[in-house]
Design a protein around this ligand. Structure first.
Ligand SMILES: O=C(O)COP(=O)(O)O
Ligand SMILES: [Mg+2]
Length: 227
């Protein structure tokens, strides 16, 4: 089907859409802050502010934990990492979704894409064991034919591998499969995979303006895809 992008003369010929999770569908900064600060308390390390965490989200949990340990001045990041991961996983699963909200327009946008007969996948760098319960808790799980996390494949976004594997699972050509994301990781992966990409302006992009990242469109709400 054809998808017309707002503020663009471009129409995309699509069979499927891959949708990122953190910063695109759900504002999970509160969950990250809660789980990370409980982890830091267990390790007897100082807390971290949510604004600092926002710049570290996007490249998966391993990268996030290492960045946080370095930020709070852990003496030996690699030495502290195994226990940090174990405490983080424990706390994240305990609070998953309690400090997180679905962004306005997400349900409307997903409903509109589904109504047009597009196959949908959730493709996130978040571990799959965190992803499935979060989608269910927010009532978003029913939209997706496929759900893949940062540990579903050998490599994560910005590598194109997760997108190519997801296209395969959806039975859709990359050029006819739209990536909807919020960060340069999504855009780089899409470009390398040969997928069109649209970027949401409200998410997390390592503290850099997302409008500086090339995309078919930059949108303030997923509901704009419904138009
Ligand atoms: O967990 C992360 O690092 C970010 O996840 P995302 O790919 O859904 O933005
Ligand atoms: Mg994201």
């Amino acid at each position: 089907m054809q998808l017309n992008l707002p503020a663009s003369s471009q129409a995309l010929e699509l069979d499927a859409v891959m949708v990122d999770l953190d910063g695109t569908m759900v504002n999970t900064l509160g969950d990250f802050a809660e789980a990370l600060n409980r982890m830091l308390a267990d390790l007897q390390l100082p807390p971290i502010a949510p604004q600092a965490i926002e710049h570290m989200v996007g490249k998966g949990s391993e990268h996030l934990i290492r960045s946080v340990l370095a930020h709070v001045g852990a003496q030996d990041v690699e030495g502290a990492y195994p226990r940090a991961w174990q405490r983080y996983e424990h706390h994240y699963l305990a609070i998953n979704g309690q400090f997180a909200d679905v962004y306005p327009g997400v349900r409307e946008g997903l409903e509109a894409l589904k109504a047009r007969g597009l196959r949908l996948a959730c493709l996130t760098n978040k571990p799959l064991s965190f992803t499935r319960p979060l989608l269910a808790a927010k009532g978003l799980d029913g939209f997706f034919d496929q759900v893949f996390g940062g540990d579903s494949f050998e490599r994560k976004k910005p590598d194109p591998m997760p997108l190519l594997k997801t296209c395969e699972a959806l039975g859709s050509q990359p050029a006819r499969t739209l990536m909807v994301g919020d960060s340069s990781n999504d855009a780089q992966a899409a470009q390398a995979a040969g997928c069109p990409v649209v970027l949401m302006t409200y998410g997390y992009n390592h503290g850099q303006p997302i409008t500086a990242v090339a995309a078919q469109a930059h949108l303030d709400s997923l509901a704009q895809l419904a138009g």
